[in-house]
Design a protein around this ligand. Structure first.
Ligand code: FES
Length: 700
């Protein structure tokens, strides 16, 4: 150790440590610009100059090493003058007008100018005349704003070991760029965006700015994690899978959701819609990676581990054993409460067992994950329909309604009550239970979401000979997953987007003969969120069929008898803490917000568990850490052709082998490809390891 004195303050610091860091860490501000705590020093900006007793002139404190007995002065007239001069030299080629810079208000250089008190107009200024480069994914390069601090070059070369950025020279200027000014993809950039993170000006910046959005900077940096309703730590589990540690990866998923395998098969992947990889080539196969982790998980990090608080003596009844109810019950049990789920159907799982067809989600996967919840101590009763939840308060301290939306909706149109007109949920449930559905041979499904495709593909597997699916939305904005649409078409299902449903036609005896349609020219929602449909004149047409299935939404199966305030579509009205109109009764999942996704229901169940735990006197903290610590290596290195890497394929049976049975036909990513797929991740979260700037305003 060494004793040094800075501005009269004596400090004990490690021998040879960079004096600038010694000062900053001890709360003494020395201005700096090219210095960054995560990067090697290059001593180029000269903002950090100091005087050392017994030495001539000034020296840069970022390159000065602490020696025992050193006496340092950070402020003097000479230092101030020289700093001002250095700053003015930097600014001579920097645009004068900061207010037009997208980094305005968030620029380190701007803050430093205020501290040093430099004037921008003293030296003759020149315009660099670079064209702003917006041709690369994710990043914008505006070399007019560069002050050549070199942080980006060091981040790319020394921190990341990628070596894409370098100093280039044209006739007039030195600037930062790539070899021969190639596109970032063509020089194997890893798109980690560390360069944008360390840039102190608006030179290299993200295309998506943190300003003026509802998101925090970290949420924008790792959009997959932000977009996942349960905020599963996606980059962390992808990294574990890449390292071959599926146990740890599955544990990461289990920190947020009790259904990793189910989600690995059917999650709607909100995360993928925002994956930054899709800006570069194709989005990551996040769902399939989760599935791979779940299928290779031995439970090493979570079986019999994780949180289980002592019994509280409080009793909770959860009405409905779907994803929201099961999730809430699981976390409430872990908080120490005595939890019972009452489910109306013969098995637990809700839509996971009776809505989503088994070729997409095998029932044994759901049963296995439900068993984990049961093993945690949650009591489960099936075949019990609760009509009056209020009465449950006589026996339980709290009640949670998670009854889902199990009542299909018939649109108000002619013929909608003919006997061969079926509704989505009933049809899928009957098919799932092996019961007679009443379906004929020629089927028209009305609706364009995933549930509509589940109906159409189930009809195919039950033996329908001709199936048509029609919806209001145009093909490119249909709400079903693209994969669902493609696979259905491969199976011979005719998809008719942009159609109005005029009427269901029938015989005089009252049997379905078909559906009349018109083409939709335009379909949108007005400012009051009311649908506006413009039809194409003279486009009336008819499709013959003997069965119509409505797949145009579903409602909660609940009557006024339940004694709870209801809203649109039979939903249960709740406040922001999931309280219903009756004290002690909470609600979560589809029955409060309409039909969404399993992951949304899980998150809603988690939120309800938090609220109910607080209501029962707990702290509401249901978080837990299951996975071991992870070292995320910042030195990601070079991968040849990284930017162009496409998503690896999955093993899927051809249509002919899958369309007549309910067996699983998608086998996910195979062992030999999983490394390639996980290796495509941009590892956006690495950027959050980089330390933020330490501005003078943060020092007293
Ligand atoms: Fe030390 Fe730039 S020379 S911070």
């Amino acid at each position: 150790m060494a004793i040094i004195v800075i501005d009269g303050i004596s400090l004990e610091v490690p021998d040879n440590k960079n004096v600038l860091e010694c000062a900053l860490e001890n709360g003494i501000y020395i201005p700096h610009l090219c210095h960054h705590p995560d990067l090697p020093e290059n001593g180029s900006c000269r903002m950090c100059i100091v005087e050392v007793e017994g030495q001539e002139g000034v020296t840069t404190s970022c390159t000065l090493r602490a020696k025992d007995g050193m006496v340092i002065t950070t402020k003097s007239d000479r230092i101030n003058k020289l700093r001002k001069l250095s700053m003015e030299l930097l600014l001579a080629s920097h645009p004068e007008d900061c207010s037009t810079c997208p980094k305005y208000g968030d620029c380190e250089l701007q803050t430093l100018i205020q501290y040093i008190g430099a004037s921008t107009g003293r030296l003759h200024s020149r315009v660099k005349g670079f064209k702003e480069n917006t041709e690369n994914p994710l990043l914008i390069h505006d070399m007019n704003r560069c002050v050549l601090c070199g942080r980006c070059v060091r981040a790319c070369n020394d921190l990341r070991k990628v070596g894409v950025l370098q100093y280039n020279q044209n006739d007039m200027e030195t600037y930062v760029g790539t070899l021969h000014d190639k596109l970032l993809k063509d020089v194997n950039c890893r798109f980690c965006t560390a360069c944008a993170e360390v840039c102190p000006t608006g030179t290299i910046r993200d295309k998506l700015q943190a300003m003026n959005t509802e998101y925090t900077k970290e949420e924008l940096i790792v959009p997959c994690r932000t977009e996942c309703p349960a905020h599963t730590d996606i980059p962390r589990y992808i990294r574990f899978v890449k390292e071959g540690d599926c146990d740890a990866a599955a544990a990461v998923v289990r920190e947020k959701v009790p259904f990793p395998h189910t989600l690995g098969l059917i999650c709607t992947q909100a995360c993928r819609t925002k994956c930054k990889r899709s800006e570069v080539s194709e989005g990551m196969s996040i769902r399939e990676i989760k599935r791979y982790a779940a299928e290779h998980d031995t439970g090493k990090y979570w079986k019999g581990k994780g949180k289980q608080l002592p019994d509280t003596g409080k009793k909770v009844c959860v009405v409905g054993g779907g994803p929201a109810g099961l999730t809430a019950a699981y976390y409430l049990r872990k908080q120490g409460h005595d939890v019972t789920i009452k489910e109306a159907l013969p098995a637990m799982g809700g839509m996971m067992s009776y809505g989503i067809p088994s070729y997409r989600l095998p029932r044994e996967v759901v049963a296995k994950e439900v068993k984990v919840i049961e093993d945690q101590g949650v009591k489960m009763e099936t075949g019990v329909k609760v009509e009056k939840p209020v009465e449950l308060l006589n026996e339980y301290d709290a009640v949670l309604m998670t009854i889902g939306n199990h009542m299909g909706v018939r649109l108000p149109m002619k013929g909608n009550h003919l006997p061969e007109v079926l509704v989505n949920i009933t049809f899928l449930r009957q098919a799932s239970l092996g019961q007679e559905t009443g379906m004929g041979k020629r089927v028209v499904v009305l609706g364009g979401g995933n549930v509509a495709f589940d109906c159409a593909r189930t009809a195919k597997r039950l033996g329908a000979e001709e199936i048509h699916l029609a919806c209001l939305e145009a093909r490119d904005v249909m709400t079903a997953d693209e994969e669902e649409i493609t696979q259905a078409e491969e199976e011979g299902i005719f998809v008719h987007p942009a159609q109005t449903f005029e009427r269901i036609t029938g015989t005089e005896e009252g049997h379905v003969t078909g559906v009349d349609f018109m083409n939709v020219r335009k379909f949108y929602f007005d400012e009051n969120r009311r649908p506006v449909i413009e039809k194409e004149e003279g486009s009336e047409h008819h499709i013959d069929c003997d069965t119509v299935i409505f797949a145009t939404g579903q409602w909660a199966d609940l009557t006024e008898e339940a004694g709870l305030e209801q809203g649109r579509g039979n939903s249960i009205v709740v406040d922001e803490n999931k309280n219903t109109s009756v004290k002690g009764i909470f609600a979560a999942g589809d029955c409060i917000y309409g039909t969404k996704s399993v992951i949304m229901a899980i998150e809603s169940g988690r939120e309800a568990a938090t609220e109910i735990d607080k209501f029962l006197g707990g702290d509401g903290d249901i978080s837990e850490v299951l996975a071991p610590p992870q070292f995320a290596d910042p030195a990601i290195g070079v991968i040849e052709g990284f930017g162009d890497l496409k998503a690896v394929g999955k093993k899927i049976l051809p249509a002919k082998e899958r369309e007549d049975n309910f067996n699983q036909f998608d086998f996910g990513i195979c062992d030999s490809d999983i490394c390639a797929e996980t290796g495509r991740c941009l590892q956006c979260d690495l950027r959050t390891q980089i330390h933020g700037a330490r501005l003078w305003t943060q020092y007293s």
